[in-house]
Every structure is written in C-alpha cells, then in structure tokens.
Design a protein around this ligand. Sequence first.
Ligand code: NAD
Length: 489
Amino acid sequence: MSTLFIDGRWVAASAGATRQVINPYDRSVVREVDEADTLDARTAVAAARAAFEDGEWPGWPARRRSALLYRVAELLQRDRAEIARLETLDTGKTLVEGGIDVDDVTGVFRYYATQAESDPGRLVDAGDPSVRSRVIYEPLGVCALIAPWNYPLLQMCWKVAPALAAGNTLVLKPSESTPLTTIKLTELIEEAGAPPGVANLVLGPGGTVGSFLVDSPEVDMVSFTGGLETGSAIMSQAARTVKKVALELGGKNPNIVFADADFEAAIDYALIAVFFHAGQVCSAGTRLVVEDSLHDRFVDELVRRAERIRLGNGLDPDTESGPLVSDEHRDKVESYVEIGINEGARLLTGGRRPDDPALRDGFFFLPTVFDDCTSDMRVVREETFGPILTVERFTDVDTAVRIGNDTTYGLAAAVWTADAGRAEYVARRLRHGTVWINDFGPYLPQAEWGGFKRSGVGRELGHAGLAEYQEPKHIYENTAPEPQRWFAR
Ligand code: NAD
C-alpha cells in the first residue's frame, strides 16, 4: 500500500522515492514507505487549500466535526494493540508505553470532541442597546502539523485533534524516521469519514518537505514539535509569509527534592522522570536538584536502582527500557559523557553502551548518573535527550528555586516535599509551563501544556490548545442604523 495520503487517496511519491523504516532494537527493516519531495508537498497543500475553500468540510456543523473526533477515539481503542506494536517497532519504546500513548490520545480526541461542539463564541456588551456584538471563532485555514520521533503518535494527535475540532484542513508531516503510527492515524481519520483533502499526509525530510510547508503562502499556520534549533529556524522562516506558528520545543527540567519528601516515592519517580523511554522525553527530569542533607542517601539508592534497569526489546514484557531511536542520536547522547567529564562532573554509573551481546545490534545506552554538577555545565544546560541524569545540591529553598530556574528552557519542573506551604511557594516561583508537586510526568487533555522561555511559543491541550487553531472574528451589528452626517452636512 502506498503511504502518502493526498486528497483522499493513498499515493506513492511522484518521483518514486522510498525510505526504509528501521527498528532501533535490532536495525531490521520494519517497512518501506514512500518518501515525498516538495512536489508532493505542494500537491498536498493544494488539496488542503481546495478542501478548505471549496469542499464540504467548512459547511459541517460543529456537532458533526465532534462526532468525527469521537469516532477517531473509538477506532484508536479498537486498534490499540496494533498501534502500540507499530510504535514499539518504530521507536523502540515498550509495548506498555505505546499502549499508554494510545489511551492518552484517545482522551485527547474525546476532550476536543466536547470542545468542538461547545464553543459558540461570546456576546460582547457594546454599551448600546441597538448594537449586537459577538466574537466567533473560525478556523485558520490550512495547518501544517510537524511532529518529532520520540512520541510520534502522541505529539501528532495533540495537534490533529484540536485542529480538526476547530474546522481546519491539515497537512501532517511526521518525523521521517518514525512515520508508522501517523500512517495508521491517517487511515483512522479516513475511516471515520473525513472528506477528501481534510487530512493529508506527507512523509519526508524536514529540510525539504517540512521546509516547503513552512514557506508555502498557501499554508496559514505551522504547529511544530521538535528541537530548539529547528523551531527557531521555522519561526524566522515563517515570518516571511507572516504565518502563525505554535512551537513545542525542548526542556531541561529540574526535579527538586527536599529532605522531608517521601523517600520511596521520590526515588521511584526520580528514576522514571529521567530513564523512562531512555530519556527521550521533552519533559524528562534530567536535572535532580536535591537537598544537601538528603544527597548521599538519595543518590546512592538512585544509582543502585539505575544499574538494575532491564534494557531490551520493547516487545518483550520483561523489558523496562528500550534503545535510543537511532545510531546518530546515540552518538549525540554519548558525546555528552565526555563533555560532562571534561567539565568536572563525576560519573557515578553508565556513560557507555551495554556489554550484553544480546543488545549489540540495538542503539542502547546505559542509564547514566553524573554527580557534582553545576548549572553552568553544558551537560546540565543542553538537552542531551538521552538517559543522563545530572545531580546538583541546595541547602535552602531560595537556592533550590534559583537552580530550578537557571535554564534557558522552561517546560516542566517538579518539587518533592511534605510541607504543603513550601511546595506551593516553590511551584509559584518556578518559571516552567508545568509544575508537579510530589509527582512527575502526568498531563491532562484539559490542562494547557507548553513552555516558558525557549521551550516554545503557544500551548497545546486545554482550551488554549484549541485557540491556537482559531481566528477570533468580531461581528458588530448595528440594528438601528441612522445617518451620522459627519461629512457633507
Ligand atoms: P527535530 O527538530 O529534528 O525534528 C522535528 C520535526 O521537524 C521532524 O518531523 C523533522 O523532519 C522536521 N524538521 C526538521 N527540520 C525542519 C525544517 N527546516 N523545516 C520544517 N520541518 C523540519 O526534532 P526531533 O529530533 O525529531 O525531536 C526531538 C526534539 O523534540 C527534542 O528537542 C524534544 O525536546 C522536542 N520535543 C518537544 C516536546 C514538547 O512538548 N515541548 C515534545 C516532544 C519532543
């Protein structure tokens, strides 16, 4: 089956190009997919434009769009096992993680289904009884949705669900290395009954296909999740056509642990925070910021448990963590070990590839812990996007906050303490888009997600996540017009 979806048809790339999708566990070829070029991207944009201008979709009442989203949610659950398996083969993550992703995005589709049909706009009091003023929310038009490889299904759904709820037409562009679940998602949107041209799919490199979408004057908005440098380039490129951009970029997220925290829970979550999905999580808790008096006991136990994490095939139920996504990415993660050591950080465990011959073909890297770190080190400041934890210490609450905010990013943070007043004080002062108290990681479809500072522009999820895909329009109606006689009296 061809894997580009343009104007309601599955088609091959116009130039006949293909790409092999590689399983990061053993480098086997999972599937060959079609590889679009800018000509295919142009056709996809034209289809989305035509569907928005002339198709039946703009005439669909909100209730019908809502029903489509509910149907996609149902189909995601129907095919849950298959989708989880595809995500494992594509990214290396465990089947359990893939299943959690499917459940999460089902919730996101359901949430935006409710939003789609409960957004009639608002009346505005003009202060004049003869004026009827209201603000309604219209779709932007054609939206290009560009997603990364670490959560291919989840990040794409965070965009697709609100963009469809708002009535836009779409061109989806997943990461070239992890397209499988986005192909499946597009099939489900088609099966749910979206008209031709409403959701188009192009697969291909960011530098050509992605860049074309950002440049195209026929695209009204780009919603991007990915790295800081790419996001920054997209923002300046989009300026040429004064396109709206929404950016979800990286994070260097502090996990602040006070000595009075529940030890067992804090340790357990500290491990999950950084080593879940081999650290390839934008909101990973890669910076442990721990109170001095707790430091030795906490870090010793953390290292002991990190060394027991079972790496392996994501399809094996005993596996606790899979490989990194690619050889190239592993090289990048590995380079931070030398950087950290040269900066004076003390390597406590990991820092290399595993010896286990069973893992030889995969892109595995051992859970790694660096102690004696300071906020000025590159290994602390830059996103390694791998299983590397850095440890910093503090002695008082204001120092903890200062360290937690000492980053150019601002995506997520956590604070662990038994003192509710202190927890609230720290949570209020941290400059991050999400702050967890005595927890790490959860998000809710109905609560905004996104970054302060260089972690992004705009928000996904929640009401603001829908507003990203809408244009407010003010309709001002004079119900009793009288000549004003300003001129020509
Ligand atoms: P990336 O920036 O390399 O690529 C992301 C996407 O952009 C891919 O689809 C890629 O093909 C495309 N792309 C690349 N260059 C482009 C260009 N010039 N024009 C248009 N599109 C282009 O990111 P990645 O390596 O795939 O993903 C990892 C990054 O994503 C990390 O930095 C991570 O923190 C970030 N991320 C952020 C969030 C969040 O919610 N804030 C969530 C997940 C991942």
